[in-house]
Design a protein around this ligand. Structure first.
Ligand code: PEP
Length: 253
């Protein structure tokens, strides 16, 4: 049974002290998760060990890095490798967020390498895909996201792909307050699953959690997560407000 996941993406927000308090406030709510539910905090690199420590005693709460470098190691000043993340017990890593694609020029090919580095180090990638507004307006979003999966993911074995979490994030909905309708979200999530099914199999596609991201808020999370092919959310803005993220966790199926 695939997991239902609330993943927070703090991005480049909060000081260490603010992050520590936010985690404390969220964990104090004592939301007990079912076996098929998972909460992941995507925090800045310098906070990974603190956040990992904060969730150690919690069942199905974990932390994610927001990025890693595509090379194994070497003279890449300022970069962080998947092996480094593994060495401090990080289990998840966000890969290919649209902000990384846009501001740091990350291509589908580079992201394929990042996925490899994660999987070699037993780190579960949260692979982001999603179309910009002009593609949605042209009605070619399915073709666009299918190409993202094909170019970054399809070299993986069935076993590997089953461990990947996909986050569908329409760029026009990220941080804009505009959310995809439940019909739009369900339609493209079902499409993404069908793309996985035709490349791998129905069984494999059925195991992959596909999260929705793009202005998930306390007032729309339940409806979005209620869609049969929406397995939770990757949440930016609302994940750094304790009360909002608590409600979002409580909205998981
Ligand atoms: C994100 O950063 O992945 C995101 C979806 O942000 P927001 O929830 O703020 O739209």
């Amino acid at each position: 049974m695939r997991k239902q996941i609330a993943a927070a993406n703090w991005k480049m927000n909060l000081t260490y002290q603010q992050g520590e308090k936010l985690l404390g406030d969220i964990l104090k709510a004592d939301n007990k998760l079912a076996d098929h539910q998972q909460v992941i905090f995507g925090v800045p690199f310098p906070y990974l060990m603190m956040a990992g420590g904060a969730v150690t005693e919690e069942n199905n709460y974990d932390v994610a890095a927001q990025n890693c470098y595509e090379k194994k190691s070497g003279a890449y000043t300022g970069e962080v490798s998947a092996e480094m993340l593994q060495s401090i017990n990080v289990k998840y890593c966000i890969i290919g967020h649209s902000e990384r694609r846009e501001y740091f020029g990350e291509t589908n090919q580079v992201l394929a390498e990042k996925l490899n580095r994660c999987l070699e180090n037993s780190i579960i990638p949260i692979f982001c895909c999603g179309e910009p507004l002009n593609i949605r307006e042209a009605g070619t979003q399915n073709h666009f996201v299918a190409a993202q999966l094909k170019q970054s993911l399809f070299h993986l074995s069935a076993e590997q792909v089953q461990s990947v979490i996909i986050a569908y994030e329409p760029i026009w909905a990220i941080g804009t307050g505009k959310t995809a309708t439940t019909a739009q979200a369900q339609e493209i999530h079902a499409f993404l699953r069908s793309v996985l099914a035709s490349q791998y199999s129905e069984e494999v596609a059925d195991e992959v959690s596909i999260l929705y991201g793009g202005s998930v808020k306390p007032n729309n999370a339940k409806e979005l997560f209620g869609c049969p092919d929406v397995d939770g959310g990757l949440v930016g803005g609302a994940s750094i407000v304790a009360a909002d993220f608590i409600t979002i966790i409580q909205s998981l199926k």
